[in-house]
Design a binder for this molecule. Structure first.
Ligand code: KIV
Length: 275
């Protein structure tokens, strides 16, 4: 009954945490993208991307909010369920929304819901040294965790806007310190958003776990983009680090395939996408 699944597994095994670790060790770039529904998830799967994030960016690109702050856990679970139905090979990560991980117990309960109801295999949370206790608690309960550093969109109102982070020496040192603490606490992946390329390279070189960048330069172990940015669906001003992969192609699938190839052959990000 399961022959076709066994065959598929043999030729195209699903990505796991171990796959990502091996890719870092072998210096193979990790191609990641966000997705929010089953149809796009199926296209992303066909494009051969390695990791998919159901990001709380859904608050902006799907729900039309100005920030990710209004997104709820139920919102992410709803989209994660849909995405997990369309995915086979890529590793599925889900964002923990704003204030859903304020205490270890709350974080554990909500991470379990993202995994059991949403089908996520790893959860992502924003924060530096202040999140060490939470990351450690989740890791001690065998939950795979990605720690998101640099620009943290959930902190936009406290930070006073969406700005490049780690530009001065003290901030760069602090970020390096936080990244190491989070790795020691059990983070399996670190994600760096909107930081100088040189800092992205340094943190990637110092950490043992895979580092995924978005606006963090070409030297991180992998790249992630918001699906709607790379497919040019997002209206208005595009982030500097993004690239429109629809240029010169006639389908979203081809754009996604070109994105995956560009990450793997290191032609994306180019200097104009870096800080
Ligand atoms: O929510 C999201 O899409 C993200 C990416 C920007 C990495 O966190």
């Amino acid at each position: 009954m399961y022959t076709h699944l066994q065959e598929r597994y043999a030729t195209r095994p699903p990505v796991t945490i171990s796959t990502l670790a091996r890719m870092k060790a072998e210096q193979q770039k990790i191609a990641c993208v966000t997705a929010y529904d089953a149809s796009f998830a199926a296209l992303v799967d066909e494009s051969d991307a390695d990791l998919v994030l159901v990001g709380d960016s859904l608050g902006m690109v799907i729900q039309g909010h100005a920030t990710t702050v209004p997104v709820t856990l139920d919102d992410v679970i709803y989209h994660c369920k849909a995405v997990s139905r369309g995915l086979y090979r890529p590793f599925l990560m889900a964002d923990m929304p704003f204030m859903t991980y304020a205490s270890p117990e709350q974080a554990l309960n909500n991470a379990v819901r993202l995994m059991q109801e949403g089908g996520a295999k790893m959860v992502k949370l924003e924060g530096g040294a202040s999140q060490v206790e939470i990351v450690e608690f989740l890791a001690n309960h065998d939950i795979a965790v990605c720690a998101h550093l640099g620009l943290k969109p959930q902190s936009v109102h406290k930070a006073g806007g969406f700005r490049v982070q780690g530009r001065n020496e003290a901030a760069a040192e602090q970020m390096m310190h936080d990244a190491k603490l989070l790795e020691q606490a059990g983070a399996d992946v670190v994600l760096l958003e909107c930081i100088p390329a040189a800092l992205g390279a340094q943190i990637t070189a110092e950490l043992h776990v895979p580092v995924i960048g978005i606006g963090a330069g070409p030297d991180t172990d992998g790249q992630i983009l918001v699906l709607y940015d790379l497919l040019d669906i997002t209206t208005g001003r595009k982030p500097r680090f993004s690239r429109n992969f629809m240029v010169g192609v006639d389908s979203p699938l081809q754009a996604l395939k070109n994105y995956v190839t560009a990450v793997r052959d290191k032609s994306y990000p180019a200097p104009e996408h870096c800080f």
